[in-house]
Design a protein around this ligand. Structure first.
Ligand code: COA
Length: 260
């Protein structure tokens, strides 16, 4: 499939999706959101893809936000639809994907860009990255999950401060606050993310999917994460991956997971 705004490349179990509008600092317009939905859906369906990396093209930006030129004259109804459709197509979709998604934050991650990075399962940043939710400086609030995911990751007080000041934090502060897991140089970013991805790939993709469901369940209103864990734990006992993982351990060899 060919895309106008993104690149998607698969190799050795890894699919790298790159947002490719560098002249607009990779801002997310509606076409880009639809293309990202397709690319994530296809990578998740493709059984050879074990890990997905999401990053931005160029050295300046991961994503500098939702495309402001697209929604500047929206009405109340259109604004609400923008948020709900975006969350369904991309942000919640990514957060609940069975395949692990790592955000490689290679520069500005602002507004919808930080929200996309936060929807990924975890984040690794270059030391040049800058992160923030500047929406209130435009008279609006984060609408792609930012008011929910930022406090989950950095705590309520820090999220309140970041959102109210509309300010940016650098990669080191993001690391200290738990918003990103690691910081590397710009050159080392993708090789470092790929190294972590290769560790993930050695493990059971079925068990990883069950872990994602269980972890996310604890953050869903009305769900009991402990109950979800019990049920997902039980389901693992019926999988070929569990049989292979335990047999390999007892036979003192490395597991070769069938992924079922
Ligand atoms: N939506 C639409 N276009 C955007 C954009 C966005 N969120 N962010 C950047 N761009 C465009 C700029 O309009 C500019 O386009 P132009 O060359 O056609 O005028 C181009 O990307 C380069 O951006 P520019 O502002 O010239 O770069 P800079 O280095 O001076 O500043 C930022 C970088 C990130 C500080 C600045 O672009 C910015 O504040 N962007 C908006 C961030 C934001 O508020 N995001 C939340 C949206 S809800």
């Amino acid at each position: 499939m060919t895309y106008n705004n993104i690149l998607s490349e698969s190799n050795n179990g890894l699919t790298t999706i790159t947002i490719n509008r560098p002249s607009k600092l990779n801002a997310l317009n509606s076409e880009t959101i639809k293309e990202l939905h397709e690319a994530f859906k296809n990578a998740d369906k493709d059984k050879t893809t074990k890990v997905i990396i999401i990053t931005g093209s160029g050295e300046k930006a991961f994503v500098a936000g939702a495309d402001i030129s697209e929604f500047a004259d929206y009405s109340v109804v259109e604004g609400e639809r923008l948020a709900s459709e975006g969350q369904a197509l991309l942000f919640d979709f990514v957060a609940n994907l069975s395949t692990p998604v790592i955000a490689a934050v290679n520069g500005f991650a602002l507004g919808g860009g930080l929200e996309l990075a936060m929807a990924a399962h975890f984040r690794i940043a270059s030391d040049t990255a800058k992160m923030g939710l500047p929406e209130v400086s435009l008279g609006v609030i984060p609408g792609y999950g930012g008011t929910q995911r930022l406090p989950q990751l950095v705590g309520k007080g820090r999220a309140m401060e970041m959102i109210m000041t509309a300010g940016m934090i650098d990669a080191q502060k993001a690391l200290n606050w738990g918003l990103v897991n690691h910081v590397t140089t710009q050159e080392e970013l993708i090789p470092f993310v790929e190294k972590i991805a290769s560790k993930i790939m050695r493990n059971s993709s079925v068990a990883i999917a069950a872990a994602i469901t269980s972890i996310n369940s604890g953050y869903e209103a009305g769900e009991n994460g402990f109950n979800t864990e019990v049920s997902e734990f039980g389901n693992c006992f019926g999988t070929a991956d569990f049989k292979e993982g335990t047999t390999a351990f007892l036979e003192k060899r490395r597991a070769n997971f069938p992924g079922k």
